[in-house]
Ligand binder design. Structure first.
Ligand SMILES: Cc1cc2nc3c(=O)[nH]c(=O)nc-3n(C[C@H](O)[C@H](O)[C@H](O)COP(=O)(O)O)c2cc1C
Length: 227
């Protein structure tokens, strides 16, 4: 699989605009309706998969299980460019869980992403990546994974006075470690395998719009189109 031509463009944009890390991420609901929300970009793997994270109890994992088709719109304000990325995405939860559905999830994810035999082709790769990302997020964000199920009616969950405010990535204290493990069990990676990428540059006059489409042999075909 050769490096796609759009990858250095994203990397350069992120270097110039390190704060522009959120993009609109669209999935399809079980009824086939588009659902869009912002997520935080958490990295790019050696085989050019885009990573973000989520709570396994949110809607995104349900949508992706039903239909892996996704689209991202990523506007980088100061340089006035937009990336629109269409592809397939999967949720990768804990692979060490005793839950056999989750175990097969990682293998299914590897197959769907087309990374068998590559660096991202093992459960260990994803478990290490999940740990790395868990350590990299703030204690406040980590605590969110230990709170009541997102989307549940507020009067049906325990009082917010009891919700953890912040938690460390790991702890020597058994009670605290129990809370951490419960939160960590909900922490999942979403890996996105791009199939089409569109780069829109709004600064130059006339504006420029470039598209790439992944071919069956893994190469990317570039087309410049009218903006
Ligand atoms: C700037 C910003 C960044 C966000 N980042 C994430 C993220 O990385 N992962 C995530 O699951 N939700 C993130 N959220 C919250 C989602 O937009 C959304 O409200 C939540 O994930 C529930 O969506 P769902 O039930 O459709 O899955 C973010 C929201 C904003 C405004």
């Amino acid at each position: 699989m050769s490096k796609p031509q759009w990858l250095p463009l994203i990397e350069q944009q992120l270097k110039e605009n390190p704060k522009s890390v959120s993009y609109a991420f669209s999935t399809l609901s079980e009824e086939g309706k588009p659902k869009v929300r912002y997520v935080i970009h958490r990295g790019i793997t050696p085989s050019s998969l885009l990573l973000t994270t989520t709570d396994t109890r949110m809607s995104k994992p349900v949508h992706l299980k039903h239909d892996p088709t996704v689209e991202i719109a990523w506007w980088i304000e100061s340089t006035n460019v937009q990336f629109r990325i269409t592809g397939k995405a999967v949720t990768i939860p804990s692979s060490t869980s005793s839950n056999s559905t989750e175990n097969s999830d990682t293998l299914d994810a590897i197959r769907l992403l087309g990374v068998e035999g590559l660096e991202e082709g093992t459960k260990e790769y994803w478990e290490n990546k999940r740990k790395e990302l868990w350590k990299g997020v703030s204690g406040h964000l980590r605590a969110g994974f230990g709170r009541p199920t997102p989307g549940k009616q507020l009067d049906q969950v325990e009082s917010s006075d009891n919700w953890p405010e912040t938690i460390p990535a790991e702890s020597d204290k058994p009670e605290e470690q129990k809370t951490i493990e419960s939160a960590y069990s909900h922490f999942a990676i979403i890996a996105i395998a791009p199939e089409q990428v569109e780069y829109l540059e709004l600064k130059p006059i006339p504006n420029r719009r470039t598209q790439w489409k992944r071919q069956n042999n893994g190469e990317w075909e570039e087309t410049k189109v009218a903006p």
